[in-house]
Write a new protein. Sequence first.
Length: 419
Amino acid sequence: MTVDVQPGLLAIDGAAPVRTDPWPTYDKGDVFIGEDDLRDALDAIRDRLYFRYDHRPYAETRAGLLERDLCRHFGVPHALACASGTAAITLALLALDLPPGSRVACPAFTFAATPSAILLAGHRPVLVECDDDLHLDVADLRRRLTPDVRAVVVVHMRGFASDMDAICALARERGIPVVEDAVPALGARLGGRLLGTIGDAGAFSTQSDKSLNTGEGGFLLARDPAVHARAVVYSGAYEGRMARHFDGAPPPVDDLALPIYGLRMDEIRAALARPMLRRLPERLAAHRRTYDDVAGRLAGVPGLALRRPVADGAYLGEALVFRLPGAGARGTAWTAAALRAEGIDARALGDPGDTNVRAFWNWRFLFPDPERARAEYPATAARLDEAVDIPLSANLTARDRDDVVEAVRKVVGSGAGRR
């Protein structure tokens, strides 16, 4: 259902807004961190041992303990704590030992860090269109997998899983590896499998708005010990320190044959991540409760198409993304502005007045001409022009949830954004 809104009753037109309190987001200090979560990090500061390769056995360092916990949580043999999600994607591509300058496929709908990581690893991005629900379009991926495409980076964008079974089957058919950019989906599952554990390597972020918040940081998961060993060396394990990451003999990887890029995570961030990892199920449950409540009450609103997951429950729930089918970029931008006037943080992904780096035509490092870029990937451009994104904190109250539902019904129900 929707609300009958009379002209002049929207806050953007001067009426009273749905809410006046700031919408809770990480950049305003809204974090899922308690006092107990800080204890280990404060202890690490007081210990004055900030280097993960100091005199201690590696298994006793904060980074070593975090990596052990990550292996246990995700059910994988190898984890590497590193400097960022971008670093994790880069390390994965470097460690896969692709030919220099390889073409690497990735979705056109992603954060700019994904193609940036491909470039940082010395390769060339090949963009793939998205479907109506903003997932990587597997049919378009098949069309673009020419023989010189040597890997696929799949992105579980805004916490929604991609169709990993179809993508991995296609990659196996072509004999190329799959890296999961699970940066925006830490903790989400697809058919019972944790995202980031399905492909050949999984990259994650612990940046401030992620499920584990250490300000900056990330980690890489791998099953192949040689891939892990190379990633460890590239991250900055020099002079035999790579061997500390293995209980037995390490793989025969020559650490002097690889450059070191200083992409390690420090001990303080590793200490901060560990208690939050223990509380991750609590945070994920909060996200799911919020998303299911909000999305359930908005389902069926005329003119609004909620993003659909590729399988039941295959989403994190930290963002509400919907499209306004048939609306142009300016109409969608007006809708987002009207939601902000009602007190709800909202962003039109294709807003022509916004330099949103989730819109591929704003990647000037790849596309000097934005209009030509849009013409090359018309399906993704059209869908982003219709898309609105609202962040959903794990800390939202019942009142917050009521507010976002009321605001979306009010604004979308007005139909004003379609004029």
